[in-house]
Design a protein around this ligand. Structure first.
Ligand code: FMN
Length: 447
């Protein structure tokens, strides 16, 4: 069994999805072992999991493991299953298909409509949402063929759970590691939870008579309240301010929470622009702007906020920066440098001042004490609609952790406590609150 990190969101997921049929596709990548955890977490959440393994996946993990943990024995082939037409039957039964890990080969075949195997034929035959979780070495991940194939899939409405940086096979480090099972499961359960029209969809699933339906195949229900048609602008990460040619002043922000919000908003159908200081990968369909300093972030945000209905300022912007960066590299032999600091632009304040009518502005407050009190003061001072306040000194919360624990404080004074949960779950809670605050009177386009 793979190592399993404690999963703080497990309790929240338990039994939530009674009877939802999830087809779990496993392809032949080194990360196939992690699909065992995905399988178990989905079963624990109450899903009826049908595992489908490719031939090469079975070289990595024995089918007996999945057959024992899933709700049904492993399915492997278009030929020789008890059902004579297994792919269409499976495609229609599925409430959702998730492929984890998804190899470059699978992604390429799927993008090109090649259905030479049970799993590929099933994703081609289904009208249920499909979630693809790529995993591969960095070189393969960065290959234009893989990126273009994923773009094609994302355009068609396939949900892509992007890989992460970290340890890869053969001792390598880099980008391309399968997303953590908890993140994959959160995405699956989020989509299933938002899928209110599913009963009706089942009867329509087999109705291929309308050619136009194919374009709708990607219009799957989104997790939580829909943000379809809303432009959401999100900032993420800690800014870096140059001291000299090689050194920077920065902070401990990892950008994980901002990226999680951008991903969650995109899954809800929003048009998302993410301004980030990190080099984290960003799922297809999200416009990403990479910046470094507070000044660059301010420019990027102010330019793009003009069209945004929601602005989420999750980035940790430096409060001070060196007045001028030293030329070249400072050396120890030069003696101690005198670094004069000056304030950086107050981006949240600028966004508040320049905001368009009806635009909803969300700020973040990272505090180490008197969290609610300070966050309320910041909300008033900056004139924002919602403040997400977190105690960055609390265990498991704040910078670089995969989990967070926040207070959602709105301008009317309401305080909602979101207990320790994955940053993706916190992102969903923030967006639920945003959707409630937008309300019918602040619907997109009415600003
Ligand atoms: C040790 C080993 C590890 C591999 N890991 C990956 C991987 O992580 N991602 C990937 O896309 N391909 C990987 N491959 C290549 C795939 O196994 C190969 O493309 C295979 O045809 C995929 O088949 P499938 O997509 O039908 O499962 C690996 C191959 C080997 C030998």
């Amino acid at each position: 069994m793979p190592d399993e990190a404690p999963d703080p969101a497990a309790g929240q997921r338990a039994g939530a999805m009674t009877g939802k049929v999830v087809v779990l596709g496993v392809t032949g990548g080194i990360a196939a072992y992690k699909a065992v955890s995905v399988c178990r977490m989905l079963v624990d959440a109450g899903c009826h999991v049908v595992p489908v393994m490719t031939r090469d996946a079975r070289r990595f993990v024995g089918e007996a493991t999945f057959s024992a943990l899933a709700s049904e024995p492993v399915m492997k082939s278009l030929w020789g299953e008890p059902d004579a037409i297994p792919h269409t039957r499976l495609g229609r039964r599925a409430d959702l298909v998730v492929v984890a890990p998804a190899t470059a080969r699978f992604i390429g075949s799927y993008a090109n409509g090649i259905s030479d195997g049970l799993l590929l034929a099933t994703v081609m035959a289904t009208r249920a949402p499909v979630v693809v979780c790529p995993a591969m070495h960095t070189e393969m991940w960065e290959h234009p063929a893989v990126q273009e194939n994923l773009e094609v899939l994302a355009r068609r409405g396939v949900h892509v759970v992007s890989p992460e940086p970290g340890r890869l096979a053969g001792g390598d480090e880099g980008f391309g590691r399968l997303a953590e099972p908890g993140r994959i499961v959160d995405c699956v359960l989020g989509l299933l939870a938002g899928d209110h029209s599913k009963a009706g969809d089942h009867s329509k699933a087999g109705d291929h008579s309308k050619a136009g339906d194919h374009s709708k195949a990607g219009d799957h229900s989104k997790a939580g309240a829909s943000l379809s048609g809303v432009h959401v602008l999100v900032s993420a990460g800690g800014t870096r301010e140059a001291v000299d040619a090689v050194r920077v002043l920065t902070n401990r922000s990892s950008g994980k929470q901002g990226h999680a919000i951008a991903e969650a908003a995109s899954l809800r159908g929003a048009r998302v622009t993410l301004v980030t200081t990190t080099d984290r990968s960003v799922p297809h369909g999200i416009e990403v702007v990479r910046v470094e300093s507070a000044a660059q972030m301010e420019k990027a945000l102010l330019e793009r906020s003009i069209s945004a209905q929601v602005v989420v300022m999750a980035a940790a912007v430096a409060d001070f920066r060196p007045k001028a960066a030293f030329e070249g590299k400072l050396h120890r032999s030069d003696g101690l440098p005198e670094i004069l600091l000056e304030p950086t632009p107050d981006i949240l304040m600028e966004l508040s001042r320049s905001r368009r009518p009806g635009q909803l502005l969300v700020g973040f407050a990272a505090e180490t004490e008197k969290v609610a009190e300070r966050a309320k003061l910041k909300l008033l001072a900056k004139g924002v609609d919602l403040m997400v306040a977190n105690d960055v000194s609390a265990p498991g919360a704040g910078f670089d952790a995969d989990t967070n624990q926040v207070l959602l404080i709105d301008a009317a004074g309401s305080v909602e406590e979101i207990p320790l949960a994955s940053k993706h779950a916190v992102a969903e809670a923030v967006l639920d609150k945003v959707a409630r605050l937008m309300g019918p009177g602040r619907a997109p386009g009415q600003g």
